[in-house]
Write a new protein. Structure first.
Length: 210
């Protein structure tokens, strides 16, 4: 029997720097309801990445920081104590809980029907081409926001995409990630993409409680 996807606000949690995060329980898992924003591992040593989108301090709270995959899987652990970076399997459990079809969970590309992705987004405005059921936006209080990506020295796609690392490697150079789309012209705004991206890319991170 599937665990119901009813979400409930949980306690807050602090990382090794004292940053405080809201958390949420979805389908039996407890997730951070905000993007990670620490610059240290649990032992206090510095991460190598952890950039604020556009290097603009006002983006820190809404968007968190962007990390490469090597920081994500470092054994010193970038998450708060008792937490881990969500794996590909953790994301599939979340997707199953919110209603993505079992037959789609292992598939790469855009997945999900009935605009299911908007239930994970903090906002999803209507567009000229499509109106969304606003009662379903952020239904599970996951509050995803489009922080974009950092590629080497360039910040791209802020406001257009949420890109989340998983801790699961795919190949020597690539790892699994999840994408949510926001641009008015993108027809996949209601879907969740499972894909692989270069480990050198810097993306957002969500942690799950052990």
């Amino acid at each position: 029997m599937l665990t119901p996807a009813i979400s409930t606000a949980s306690d807050t949690v602090q990382d090794s720097q004292g940053n405080t995060y809201q958390t949420v329980e979805i389908g039996g898992q407890i997730w951070l309801a905000e993007n990670l924003r620490t610059t240290t591992f649990q032992d206090g040593t510095k991460v190598n990445t952890g950039f604020i989108p556009d290097d603009d301090q006002k983006n820190l709270l809404p968007y968190g920081r962007l990390y490469d995959w090597h920081d994500v899987v470092d054994e010193r652990n970038i998450c708060p104590k008792g937490w881990r970076v969500a794996s590909d399997s953790d994301w599939k459990a979340l997707e199953r809980a919110i209603g993505i079809a079992e037959s789609d969970l292992n598939r790469q590309g855009w997945r999900g029907e009935n605009d299911i992705a908007i239930t994970l987004k903090a906002e999803q405005p209507n567009t000229l081409f499509k109106e969304f059921d606003q009662s379903q936006v952020n239904k599970y209080q996951f509050a995803a926001r489009p922080a974009g990506v950092k590629l080497s020295h360039w910040y791209i796609t802020q406001g257009m995409y949420s890109e989340f690392w998983t801790s699961s490697s795919a190949t020597k150079k690539n790892a699994y990630a999840r994408t949510l789309a926001y641009s008015w012209w993108n027809s996949h705004k209601g879907e969740v993409r499972r894909t692989t991206l270069k480990k050198s890319y810097m993306l957002s991170v969500r942690c799950v409680k052990n």
